[in-house]
Ligand binder design. Structure first.
Ligand code: HEM
Length: 421
């Protein structure tokens, strides 16, 4: 296939390649071979989605940032042309439309400005560097306790269950004011929301359950406020700045965005380090917090767990890389190829914890750039060194081929990671 055929402005050229984000079994930590092939054709090409519709695929770093910072693109899945990745997603939107809804119930991550900015502004103060730094000592304690338990328990053990998932789940529960005892409930429903293959029934059911749960918690905080983010939202409800439904949806967003992502980073980061023993030693022995911070950003770049692409629709005609994206056309802009763009990251396929990778786009870019990134970075800066130092003999207890990777999620990761020491 050639880029030229794929770039025709309209119609459906027969040779447009399929949108395929399957990573290879041999290199499960590298971008999908098909995504790399598109990148080799140019920073902007066309792909055919599962239902035969076409979308623009953005694979270059510069073009990725140009799209994500352009106010003429929309993140709203109700917009004409917004790419849908499964029948379940199409049906979800159809059903919501029939119910007269104009939002998916996942709050501002799926909204355009000015609504997006109005809601986001209400929670930014919880994620300032200062507030996040105050959470570092408790995060260290959570991490150490979990490692103590791991060391006291049987081996081999599953790192996801014992460590990678509880660290961010405990941290976000404390921040929001959600009882951690309910973690099985909120973790399993979050998994359903971020699974590409979930049916409309499953997806809407999971959202509904989480909404009812958060709404119940908000009701409690309205009467008995505490020092947590949900209580802050309850205050705003009282002050008339926020409706109860909006607050519930924000709670759902932060709960699911705040643990699955970081958990997958802890899991895959550990796996990547075990496969690069020289880099593992570097991080384990690093004493300078700046060196640890750089190492974490390089792992974020290299692994790009937010894979497969951020989805947008053009509201007006936009020119990117010499091509015109027409109003109403769908765009998928791919983090993992942008993060391996050789024009920005020399020798991009090498994991090099000493490089300055801070220009990576794993947290997105533009107005929707991850709100929780200071928190995620802090958690990772605590979790990797603690794990590597306290368990210096940590080793994989399975072959790479046996590890169940999350090929079906909007977020890449592993369902299990058997380790021993
Ligand atoms: C390593 C961990 C994480 C990664 C890789 C990650 C990645 C991302 C990405 C790529 C986006 C942008 C989506 C888009 O543009 O469509 C995003 C948005 C968001 N993330 Fe994260 N995230 C992580 C951790 C967190 C944490 C810990 C929180 C805590 C609550 C969080 C909360 C959010 C929220 C609220 C948004 C929506 C921002 C907006 O629309 O303005 N994330 N994240």
């Amino acid at each position: 296939m050639t880029g030229a055929a794929g770039n025709s402005p309209s119609g459906t050229p027969v040779d447009t390649p399929d949108y395929d984000i399957g990573r290879s079994a041999r290199c499960p930590l590298d971008p999908a071979p098909a995504m790399r092939a598109r990148q080799a054709e140019g920073p902007l090409t066309r792909v055919r989605l599962w239902d035969g519709t076409l979308a623009w695929l953005v694979t270059g770093w510069e073009e990725h940032r140009a799209v994500l910072s352009d106010q003429r693109v929309s993140v709203d899945p109700f917009q004409p042309g917004a790419p849908k990745l499964s029948p379940g997603e199409v049906e979800t939107i159809d059903r919501l439309k029939k119910q007269g809804k104009r939002s998916t119930g996942t709050s501002f991550i799926m909204m355009d400005d000015p609504e997006h900015a109005r809601l986001r502004r209400m929670v930014t103060s919880a994620f300032t560097i200062k507030r996040v730094e105050a959470m570092r000592p408790p995060t260290q304690r959570i991490t150490d306790d979990l490692i103590d338990k791991m060391l006291d328990g049987p081996k081999p053990t599953d790192l996801v269950e014992a460590f990678a998932l509880p660290v961010p789940s405990l941290v976000i529960s404390n921040l929001l004011g959600v009882p951690y005892d309910d973690h099985d409930f909120f973790q399993s429903n979050s998994k359903t929301i971020i699974n590409r293959n979930s049916t409309a029934e499953q997806r809407m059911g999971a959202r509904q359950r989480l909404s009812e749960y958060l709404d119940g918690l908000l009701a409690e905080k309205l009467v008995h406020p505490a020092e947590d983010l949900l209580s802050g939202l309850a205050e705003r409800i009282k002050g008339g700045e926020l409706s109860r439904e909006e607050a519930t949806e924000m709670g759902v967003l932060m709960l699911f965005a705040g643990h699955e992502t970081t958990a997958n980073m802890i899991t895959l980061g550990t796996l990547a380090l075990l496969h690069h023993p020289d880099q593992l030693t570097l991080l384990r022995d690093a004493e300078d917090p700046k060196a640890i911070a750089l190492a974490v950003d390089e792992l974020l770049r290299y692994l790009t767990i937010t894979h497969g692409g951020l989805r947008r629709a053009a509201r007006e005609d936009i020119e990117i890389a010499g091509q015109v994206i027409r109003a109403g056309e769908g765009i998928i802009t791919v983090n993992e190829t942008a993060n391996r763009d050789p024009l920005v990251f020399p020798d991009p396929d090498r994991l090099d914890l000493t490089r300055d990778a801070r220009r990576h786009v794993t947290f997105g870019y533009g107005i929707h750039q991850c709100l929780g990134q200071p928190l995620a970075r802090m958690e990772l800066q605590v979790a990797y060194p603690a794990l590597l130092r306290r368990i210096p003999t940590l080793a994989l207890a399975a072959d790479l081929g046996e590890i169940p990777f999350k090929h079906d999620g909007f977020v890449y990761g592993a369902y299990e990671l058997p380790v021993t020491w």
